[in-house]
Design a protein around this ligand. Structure first.
Ligand SMILES: NC(=O)c1ccc[n+]([C@@H]2O[C@H](COP(=O)([O-])OP(=O)(O)OC[C@H]3O[C@@H](n4cnc5c(N)ncnc54)[C@H](O)[C@@H]3O)[C@@H](O)[C@H]2O)c1
Length: 366
């Protein structure tokens, strides 16, 4: 099929091609095949779940960090067992995906034996969409908490300078039999800053209420918003959640905190991101089957709740993204031309193959 899409029309890529492309590009930059698989899995998971802000489009910024020598593609995180239920990882400036994956693996192993496992990670990097780590725990039948800190983007309540990160907090639990898991993954801002970067890439406006420009005025212009601040959700409560992410991920872990984390798009110095991860065995107080039955009841009560006028359907947290994942696994992941071009430019620079596209029509419509 030929495709000559305009700037906003979508180009579809299968998740297998997206993963293959990502692994090739990363290994061409010296990342080990095992680490490249972990990173590709997380980035493609974001694109599949509709979190396009944290998928393959982040590759050029990560590669720019490698090229500038502020992210070490060869590094391997080092795990120290502190107590039987607590581990500590020094990421040694490896990809955040690799350190977080190892951290959750360690939490799961501890929780399988002792019911709970907790890991603090220091000297790490951006780990993208937090939900892929929650899913790692769900796949092992575990509940989880996933926190990270991030670069300054948000003022504290009453302040007007960027100080806290728009740092996501995520948590999850296995779902009822045949039901989706519970997956909450949210930034403490009205919108994740990645959505502003995405609007900038795509030449789109952002809604009023997401951000203020440098002068403190509301703005629809993503470039002005990036110079200014993101607005916390729920006023002081969103700002306090951002502080909470810094307490657990930065102060506790030994990583940067209080505005010290470097922006993933600033390739002048190491990011020094911290993470905080917990896995909990759901069958501590009852058997897993009973837990799942109870989750099933909760799901039915939530989605079956009386709807407000104009609401067609009530969703369980994470369910919209699961539906998107199933649809994109079947029909492909939509990108725009500028995004595909940026990825192919990276591929050209290291002589690896272009991303294989399905065309400008989703697979279902071919
Ligand atoms: N690594 C980082 O530094 C970083 C920083 C910021 C954001 N992020 C990522 O950005 C992503 C987007 O964050 P966000 O805050 O914009 O997410 P969002 O507002 O799109 O969703 C937040 C949560 O609300 C749920 N939800 C959304 N609409 C719903 C509905 N109609 N009914 C029921 N539940 C609903 C979602 O399932 C999700 O769990 C996240 O994956 C986050 O991890 C990462």
């Amino acid at each position: 099929m030929s495709s000559s899409p305009d700037a906003s029309s979508k180009i579809y890529v299968s998740h297998q091609s997206a993963k293959h492309f990502t692994v090739s590009l990363l290994t061409a930059h010296g990342v080990s095949p095992a680490h490249a698989q972990t990173i590709a899995h997380a980035l493609v998971a974001a694109d599949l779940r509709g979190i396009d802000t944290h998928g393959l489009n982040r590759l050029p910024s990560y590669i720019n960090r490698i090229r500038s020598g502020v992210l070490d593609p060869l590094a391997s995180p080092e795990l120290n067992q502190i107590t039987p239920v607590v581990s500590h990882i020094d990421g040694h400036n490896a990809f955040g995906f690799v350190s977080a994956h190892l951290g959750m693996e360690s939490c799961i192993a501890m929780a399988k034996e002792y019911g709970i496992g907790m890991c603090a990670v220091k000297h790490s990097n951006h780990f993208g969409m937090a939900a892929w780590i929650v899913q790692q725990a769900v796949d092992a039948d575990m509940m989880s908490l996933v926190f990270t800190n991030s670069s300054p983007a948000l003022p504290v309540w009453g302040g007007r300078e960027k100080l806290m990160g728009v740092s996501p907090l995520a948590c999850g639990a296995p779902g009822g039999e045949g039901r989706e898991p519970f997956v909450l993954d949210m930034a403490p801002s009205v919108a994740a800053r990645g959505k502003v970067y995405k609007a900038l890439r795509r030449g789109e406006k952002i809604p009023l209420g997401w951000a203020l420009d440098e002068e403190g005025n509301e703005t629809e212009d993503p470039a002005e918003a990036l110079k200014g601040v993101m607005l916390p959700m729920g006023g002081p409560k969103g700002s306090a959640l951002a502080v909470m992410m810094d307490v657990f991920s930065g102060v506790l872990s030994g990583s940067a905190f209080a505005g010290g984390v470097t922006n993933p798009y600033d390739a002048s110095k190491a990011a020094d991101v911290g993470h905080f991860l917990v896995a909990i065995k759901p069958d501590l107080f009852m058997d897993l089957e009973t837990f799942r039955e109870r989750m099933g009841v909760l799901y039915e009560k939530v989605v079956g709740s009386k709807r407000m006028k104009g609401v067609e359907r009530i969703w369980f947290p994470g369910e919209i993204e699961q539906v998107t994942r199933r649809e994109r696994e079947k029909n492909g992941i939509p990108y725009v031309k500028a995004e595909i071009d940026a990825l192919n430019r990276e591929a050209e620079r290291v002589g690896c193959g272009k991303i294989v596209i399905m065309g400008s029509v989703p697979r279902a419509k071919l």
